[in-house]
Design a binder for this molecule. Structure first.
Ligand SMILES: *[C@@H]1O[C@H](CO)[C@@H](O)[C@H](O)[C@H]1NC(C)=O
Ligand SMILES: *[C@@H]1O[C@H](CO)[C@@H](O)[C@H](O)[C@H]1NC(C)=O
Ligand SMILES: *[C@@H]1O[C@H](CO)[C@@H](O)[C@H](O)[C@H]1NC(C)=O
Ligand SMILES: *[C@@H]1O[C@H](CO)[C@@H](O)[C@H](O)[C@H]1NC(C)=O
Ligand SMILES: [Zn+2]
Ligand SMILES: [Zn+2]
Length: 454
């Protein structure tokens, strides 16, 4: 008996020790090649919407990234954790400037420069990369029928792509591979730019490039094969928490995305997206109201102030993110976000520091779907947790108070990816749908008991 306990103890320890892996997530670098430090407020960067005072070497809150910042972010990853199991990179390499100032060649050159930098700093690390809406010319116009930019990007990423990934990449910039060639583990790289409501080339299509059908099929096969799957992409479904009612997907595409995630949630171990330049997450629910999958939305490297009308404090500090995961089950164990305080960098030195560790900041055991639901419950119920989350949302740039209006926007964007549910959530001031669900069940139960004993 003691021997058996010892054996079990050793097995448990062994499993616990051997199974933690790490991957970096980096996104939205938005290089502005014309950024310059000058006294002329109109000549600092073409990506700014207002005159820029006091620009610094490492960038400015109104501008997209100078090369020095992008370089610094990739070297920071190398400094902080040099040997991740892999890296995910979810796109957007070019500056927020008008299409007329860009071209296929300009976009490809910038994708090429950033790719080269990552390849130089992490020569032996596998990178899974998705294209962002700014990695196309004209921006966001991703055709469903192939494009020179898909072909050339596949060439730039040749060292990262399995040969079998190239045909779907050339067709529509999506692909799937066994994660690190391991049995039972898979990653799916989506091109969700097809679903963006600003993409005029796909508005009338029901399934651009057949990606949804392909996605559904890949997940069905993964299920049959007993695999666990990570999903990455650039533009997330659902709503943007910083501006009420703002969403990116066309509604029919949003529905289809949710249907596929819900149908296959058993095999999905995590979804990782960018585009919002904000640190947040989303929860997907089963039809009977149970949390089944979490999407982690990583902050950007660019500090650029968004030009979305009506949005206050639209800047953020540059952020990068390290995930800890169980290499057997792909369960997410923790999320550690590092950042550059841009003001500090420009005044003193570019110091990348830990911003927060999810399990510490929100007192949860890990970053599984159950724990992310607990985080959401804490945000809904506790002002101090909400405030903390709010400050992290802009990577510790906007330290203002998250009031009741703000709370509603954030809670509803996290828990209601579906458009009509979101509208109801906003109407009800962000009261928790999960709690309503439980209350409903509880009432049914109580009624049933009353009925029985009367
Ligand atoms: C990139 O960063 C590294 C590490 O800090 C530094 O040695 C190198 O000079 C930088 N390169 C450029 C082009 O900024
Ligand atoms: C970007 O790549 C081009 C070649 O495509 C090269 O001439 C240029 O020096 C690179 N710029 C940087 C900052 O790496
Ligand atoms: C991309 O490459 C494929 C395979 O070589 C080719 O069939 C296709 O015509 C190319 N597309 C473009 C737009 O260059
Ligand atoms: C960023 O740095 C500035 C200048 O050192 C400092 O005033 C500010 O408090 C810092 N912000 C955070 C969130 O630490
Ligand atoms: Zn972006
Ligand atoms: Zn984007």
């Amino acid at each position: 008996m003691p021997l058996l306990s010892l054996f079990l103890f050793l097995v448990t320890c062994g499993a616990a020790l051997s199974s933690t892996g790490y991957f970096w997530h980096i996104t939205d670098m938005h290089w502005d090649p014309d950024y310059q430090v000058t006294d002329n407020p109109l000549a600092v960067c073409p990506s700014a919407s207002d005159p820029v005072k006091n620009p610094g070497k490492w960038g400015n809150y109104l501008c997209d990234s100078p090369w020095a910042l992008i370089n610094s972010s990739i070297y920071a990853m190398k400094d902080i954790f040099p040997n991740p199991n892999f890296i995910i990179w979810t796109g957007d390499d070019t500056p927020h400037i008008p299409n007329e100032k860009l071209s296929d060649e300009a976009v490809l050159r910038m994708i090429g420069n950033v790719s080269q930098l990552i390849q130089h700093v992490f020569p032996d690390i596998k990178v899974y990369a998705a294209m962002g809406n700014h990695d196309m010319h004209p921006k966001s116009q991703f055709p469903a029928t192939g494009h020179l930019i898909y072909n050339r990007t596949a060439e730039l990423w040749a060292q990262w792509l399995d040969a079998a990934s190239i045909p779907t990449f050339q067709k529509g910039a999506f692909y799937t591979e066994k994660l690190l060639h391991q049995k039972g583990q898979r990653i799916i790289i989506l091109n969700t730019n097809f679903y963006y409501n600003r993409n005029a080339l796909t508005v009338d299509l029901s399934d651009p490039a057949g990606q949804f059908q392909w996605f559904d099929d890949v997940l069905s096969r993964a299920s049959t094969a007993g695999e666990k799957v990570y999903i990455i992409g650039h533009i997330p479904p659902g709503f943007f928490e910083k501006k009420r009612g703002t969403h990116w997907f066309q509604e029919n595409f949003n529905k289809r995305y949710i249907e596929i995630i819900t149908k296959h949630s058993q095999v999905i171990a995590g979804q990782f997206f960018g585009h919002q330049h904000r640190d947040s997450f989303k929860i997907f629910y089963s039809n009977n109201g149970f949390p089944v999958s979490a999407m982690f939305i990583a902050p950007a490297v660019t500090p650029w102030k968004t030009t979305l009308a009506g949005l206050q404090d639209g800047s953020q500090n540059p952020g990068i993110r390290l995930f800890e995961y169980n290499t057997d089950t792909l369960q997410i164990l923790d999320v550690v976000t590092y950042y550059l305080n841009l003001t500090f960098a420009n005044t003193w030195a570019p110091r990348w520091e830990k911003e927060y560790r999810l399990t510490e900041a929100f007192q949860v055991p890990d970053a599984t779907i159950e724990s992310m639901q607990t985080v959401l419950d804490k945000l809904s119920q506790d002002k101090s947790h909400l405030q903390k989350y709010y400050e992290y949302n802009s990577v510790s740039y906007d330290l203002g108070e998250c009031n009741e209006w703000c709370r509603t926007d954030h809670i509803c964007a996290i828990k209601d990816v579906d458009y009509s549910r979101y509208k109801n959530c906003i109407k009800s001031g962000g009261s928790s749908g999960m709690n309503e669900m439980w209350l409903l069940w509880l009432s049914v139960l109580i009624l049933a008991l009353l009925f029985r004993y009367n």
